[in-house]
Design a protein around this ligand. Structure first.
Ligand code: PMT
Length: 400
């Protein structure tokens, strides 16, 4: 299934337990998957880890008291409404008991009672507390109400005891949260290579040939692949976008540099998506000094061009059996027919054919495309580039 394209919000409840420091890693894990995280803490949690840590990580205010929402008298209600999921990790026996009984006496438990979002609880406590009949009964009550649990694990506990009660591994909690949100990490363990942006081809040290590519389409594909768990390399020509976090960004300028970088990372890639608008031609003999009018240097008046290497065709020709190669076709006319020709001529597994022109394709936030494969054509309506990115990755994944 496709990863979601609208950003989800997880409200992370942190209660007072030595494992509270692991909540910071949970924040990062969720953020890596493209999820927005807001944190609500009990007063006891603040004894173990400071709200500043979460504020810095989330770039969001952290709720620690019932009446601390500036300009928001009923903060627990607005927090409750914002959440797509309320994850409480770690959750103490006390907080679990309160939620089971409907007690709402602080910002965390009040929000838990007020929210209509699904509740996911990752308990952490001493083994005797975890196994106490009251705790087990509270868990049963909550499960019967549809609350999901990431059960505590067996192991060495901070109090010195050994047994069940240790907070589940961060990865397990993050995976459970993403599953509850309907966000699958279906590219986990995969490597994705993306080329993006334009190339620039020097005429002299101050002038160059290029095109209108902003990088938005390629960056959206790279971001979607990261969100879905892939290890991503983004080889990008010069653009003004900031590369998404948690990927390897390789900045290049010319087509020759882009080929060198893409060729280095291509052999390890499961999926390679060639989104870049590579200049087909480059000046045959770029000048080493600025060309000046009146110098009699013909290279300013008449720029002799030579062909650039075709990065997509070069690498698709050496692709291994386990690799999927996706190319683009930027067309001003006969988009579908020209895209079909490029599928064959470039030896790609898929071609994403789109219209380009003034205020079309280049630099826009939306795109309309045909995804052309060897077994059929998907005719897509105009949609945000983020959404198209997920569909392209879905199709590539089907071929893996
Ligand atoms: O960056 P944006 O502003 O978001 O705009 C997105 C886009 C319009 C650039 C993008 O959607 C797109 O169409 N990218 C392909 C641009 C292009 O160069 O198309 P093409 O039809 O000329 O090339 C066909 C394919 O061959 C492309 O995958 C291209 O990356 C590749 N190619 C082309 C020439 C070359 N020398 N080397 C290549 O690898």
């Amino acid at each position: 299934m496709a990863a979601a394209t609208t950003q989800k919000t997880v409200l992370l409840g942190v209660s007072g337990c030595i494992a509270a420091y692991k909540s910071a890693e949970i924040v990062r894990g969720l953020q890596k998957a493209g999820v927005r995280v807001k944190v609500v803490m009990t007063a006891h949690a603040c004894e173990f880890v400071g709200p500043t840590t979460f504020r810095a990580l989330t770039h969001e205010p952290v709720a620690t008291r019932l009446f601390d929402g500036p300009g928001d008298a009923i903060h627990h209600v607005s927090l409750a409404q914002e959440a797509d999921l309320f994850l409480i990790a770690p959750c103490t026996a006390n907080v679990m008991a309160k939620i089971a009984c409907g007690i709402a006496d602080d910002i965390l438990t009040t929000t838990a009672l007020a929210t209509k979002a699904p509740l996911l609880i990752a308990p952490a406590m001493n083994v005797n507390m975890y196994e106490a009949p009251a705790t087990r009964q509270n868990m049963t009550v909550l499960k019967d109400r549809g609350v999901r649990f990431v059960e505590a694990e067996e192991g060495y506990l901070a109090c010195g005891d050994i047994g069940a009660g240790r907070l589940a591994e961060v990865d397990v909690i993050v995976a459970a949260a993403l599953e509850a949100l309907g966000l699958e990490r279906d590219l986990a363990g995969r490597r994705v290579l993306v080329t993006a942006g334009p190339t620039i081809e020097a005429i002299d040290p101050v002038r160059y040939l290029t095109n209108h590519s902003s990088g938005k389409m390629g960056y959206a594909i790279a971001a979607a692949a990261v969100r879905r768990g892939a290890r991503v390399t983004l080889v990008s020509g010069p653009v003004s976008l900031v590369p998404p976090q948690d990927l390897l960004a390789v900045p290049v300028r010319s087509a020759a540099e882009m080929l060198e970088a893409a060729a280095e990372h291509f052999p390890a890639a499961d999926i390679a998506v060639f989104t870049a608008a590579v200049c087909d031609m480059r000046p045959a003999s770029p000048a080493s000094r600025k060309l000046k009018k009146g110098d009699g240097d013909e290279r300013l008046a008449t720029i002799e061009l030579e062909e650039n290497p075709d990065i997509l065709a070069t690498l698709a020709a050496v692709k291994g059996p386990g690799q999927v190669v996706v190319g683009f076709a930027a067309e001003t006319e006969n988009v579908r027919a020209n895209g079909m020709k490029k599928l064959a001529s470039k030896q790609a597994d898929l071609i994403v054919a789109n219209q380009v022109g003034e205020n079309v394709g280049f630099g826009q936030d939306e795109n309309q495309a045909y995804i052309i494969g060897h077994d059929g054509i998907l005719d897509l309506p105009e949609m945000p580039k983020d959404a198209l990115a997920d569909i392209i990755l879905d199709k590539a994944l089907e071929l893996l």
